[in-house]
Design a protein around this ligand. Structure first.
Ligand code: KG4
Ligand code: ZN
Length: 360
């Protein structure tokens, strides 16, 4: 550490973004370079794991070099083995071939530069993107994590400990957005496309049933809402009726947003927690952000939402999560491994429903 500057390099390759960032003192982003593979996977309608791994391998050196260069410009000095303090990398969950590229890169760099290494849980990374936008935000708080692979309501006890309050029983929210977009012929990735199209639609014209499961529970289910859209589209095709595609997108989005918002707000009320935090790719959804803001104001909750650009996968959030993990628990050894299905739910835990996100 030089002059109070603790610099963490964050590396993220769990899915279709090759991302590297440099973060100062766990909160300030000095660089955040993301090489997206979206144009490559679009033609297949979704992420092709083998192609994702190859692209990570091709891109990671250049992304790393650019992240270092940009951080140097901001700092006004070199970012080298002597000025970096920590290397943080996503160890899971994610696509195994994709994760392995980031983990191998991080391990090689940690060994060559003799720097400490931490393997970070990707979902904990998403939650940590809020610490960038809100310098004074500290756990405990309630966190709604909505991504392509997960939908969870967490009670975050501290930087490396959270309790799962609710989770999806079938599709993740982002997965449902992506599948519905495919049915509507919008392509991949579906979330942003539905988000944009819904702005021109009427959410009340084609209303979809909200699935709350048990009214007093916090688990989610999105596959029924997704199937309802599929049935609606099939019916329109069979009867040769025009498909009001923007209204369908808006109706589906509103149904998902209602359920996410109501469950999160009710959990905050029941737990007596005044701070509600949003995280994950679906957290970029403009309608979800508006509804959460409205409901939080009505209920007197403080709402925290990451910058939309930091909702989806990036290296900065991994650097932040890694920084706090390192402060609390120290580094990992060079035997660190990628784990595709890194446990994230209470069912994998022996210690009742407590999960230790960063050490799993
Ligand atoms: O968190 P993320 O980048 O990756 C995972 O960890 O899964 O989330 C990606 C997901 C995709 O399903 C994508 O469609 C969704 O987030 N997404 C959105 C929006 N932007 C991204 N969903 C709804 N509205 C958006 N604006
Ligand atoms: Zn993610």
């Amino acid at each position: 550490m030089i002059d109070g500057n603790f610099l963490t390099l964050g590396i993220e390759t769990s899915c279709d973004e090759t991302a590297v960032a440099v973060v100062r003192n766990g909160r300030e982003v000095l660089s955040n370079v993301i090489s997206s593979q979206i144009p490559i996977h679009t033609r297949y309608g979704g992420v092709v794991p083998e192609i994702a791994s190859r692209r990570h391998l091709e891109a990671i050196n250049a992304v790393f070099e650019q992240a270092v260069r940009e951080a140097e410009q901001k700092l006004g000095r070199k970012v080298t083995r002597d000025t970096l303090d920590l290397i943080a990398v996503t160890k899971g969950p994610g696509l195994i071939g994709a994760l392995v590229i980031g983990v191998a890169f991080a391990k090689a760099l940690a060994w060559a530069w003799d720097l400490p290494l931490v393997g970070v849980n990707h979902m904990y990374g998403h939650m940590s993107s809020n610490f960038i936008r809100y310098p004074n935000l500290k756990p405990p708080f309630l966190c709604l994590v909505v991504s392509g692979g997960h939908t969870n309501l967490l009670f975050v006890e501290d930087y490396t400990r959270a309790r799962v309050i609710g989770k999806t029983r079938d599709d993740a929210a982002g997965e449902a957005f992506d599948k519905v977009a495919r049915v509507l012929g919008l392509g991949y990735p579906g979330g942003p496309k539905i988000n944009r199209l819904a702005e021109q639609g009427d959410p009340t014209r084609v209303p979809f049933k909200r699935v709350y499961l048990e009214r007093d529970g916090y688990d989610f289910s999105f596959s029924g809402m997704k199937t309802a859209v599929l049935n609606y589209v099939n019916h329109a095709v069979q009867t040769k009726e025009p498909l009001p595609i923007a209204d369908v997108a808006a109706g589906f989005q509103e149904a998902v947003v209602d359920v996410l918002t109501e469950k999160a707000v009710r959990a905050a009320e029941t737990l007596g927690e005044k701070r509600l935090v949003l995280a994950g790719g679906v957290g970029a959804n403009t309608r979800l952000r508006i509804r959460l803001r409205e409901r939080a104001e009505e209920k007197g909750l403080s709402l925290y939402m990451p910058d939309p650009a930091l909702c989806t996968d990036n290296g900065a959030m991994i650097a932040v999560a890694g920084y706090y993990q390192y402060q609390k628990k120290g580094g990992d050894s060079l035997t660190l491994d990628a784990v595709a299905d890194l446990p994230y739910g209470p069912e994998e835990e022996s210690d009742d429903d407590l999960i230790r996100l960063s050490t799993l």
